[in-house]
Design a protein around this ligand. Structure first.
Ligand code: AMP
Length: 293
């Protein structure tokens, strides 16, 4: 595996791949890799060669009071993991290389970034969208791989790829969880043992409404109320939002129909955690719904 530190070198690799008709796969990450990230790498390896993983803790997606300084950084361990998975290139630019002095251009996706994570973290999605467009432009992937763990982010990226006529195909991969259901996240290392136990409440809440849906409940307002009751019962978790939204518009729904997402965000101790469940398949005829946690 070659480690690439400059934009120019990354572009050269991209040009070479396209010149020889090879399908470059890109997996953008902020490092501190876990099985969630590795599942994206494996998906990329199945379809693409070469595979590029980027590790860049993007300063523009962190607010001034957020955890940019203390965000986990484990470049050597990450590099070793990626080697074992047969990744071809690790793209790891410095902040100055990625955003040279005088950088002034930002990408903003209207509406979709307003609620939920966008409300909790002003400027976050502008930072994400800007970095993702730059990564897609630099690496020119045939396909880029993202996780549904960050469902609103994935929806925004799908929108910007369409709006800006970018060529990359997007693959949104399922959420990888710990054995007790907690969604894997680089931030889970910040949880104390007691918080780590409490953190499963996000999964438990979503799983509880999954069972309600399996029993035939279609009223989203009642499902959200049940979800909130469960989350509120955990003293170590401070709920930020719990909602069921339309998967396209990210607007709350009153009844399950079409494709929806149940979204949860909560602070456990000082750590902000996200989770969601995909709910698909109802055509408004009371037919079977498929849920994916
Ligand atoms: P991050 O390093 O947190 O920016 O995440 C990089 C990519 O990995 C994003 O597309 C995330 O959605 C994805 N990802 C993070 N955690 C998981 C997980 N538990 N399962 C699947 N994908 C994940």
């Amino acid at each position: 595996m070659e480690t690439i530190h400059t934009v120019e070198w990354m572009k050269q690799v991209a040009r070479q791949a396209s010149g020889t008709g090879r399908l470059l796969g890109l997996v953008p990450t902020m490092g501190a890799l876990h099985e969630g990230h590795l599942s994206l790498v494996r998906a990329a390896r199945l379809e693409c060669s070469p595979v590029v993983v980027s590790i860049f803790v993007n300063p523009k997606q962190f607010g001034p009071s957020e955890d940019l300084q203390k965000y986990p950084r484990r470049m050597e361990a990450d590099r070793a993991l990626l080697e074992t998975l047969g990744v071809d290139y690790l793209f790891a630019p410095t902040d100055e290389e990625f955003y040279p002095r005088g950088h002034r251009t930002y990408v903003e996706v209207e509406e979709l970034g307003r609620g939920f994570e966008g409300r909790a973290r002003p400027g976050h999605f502008r930072g994400v969208a800007t970095a993702v467009v730059k990564l897609l432009e630099i690496a020119q992937p045939h396909c880029a791989y993202f996780g549904r763990k960050d469902a609103q982010q994935a929806r925004i990226i799908r929108q910007l790829v369409a709006d800006l006529n970018l060529d990359a195909r997007l693959e949104i991969c399922p959420i990888v969880r710990e054995p007790d259901g907690l969604a894997m996240s680089s931030r889970n290392v910040f949880l104390s043992p007691a918080e780590r136990c409490a953190a499963t409440v996000l999964y438990r809440g979503l799983d509880a409404i999954r069972q309600e849906i399996a029993r035939g409940e279609r009223d989203a307002t009642r499902l959200v109320a049940a979800l909130r009751r469960l989350l509120d019962a955990e003293p170590l978790a401070a709920v930020d939002y719990a909602e069921i939204v339309d998967a396209e518009s990210f607007e709350p729904v009153a009844r399950l129909s079409g494709t929806c997402l149940a979204l949860v965000a909560a602070r456990v101790g000082a750590t902000r955690l996200l989770d969601n469940m995909l709910i698909e398949g109802d055509r408004g005829d009371g037919g079977t719904l498929h849920t994916q946690l």
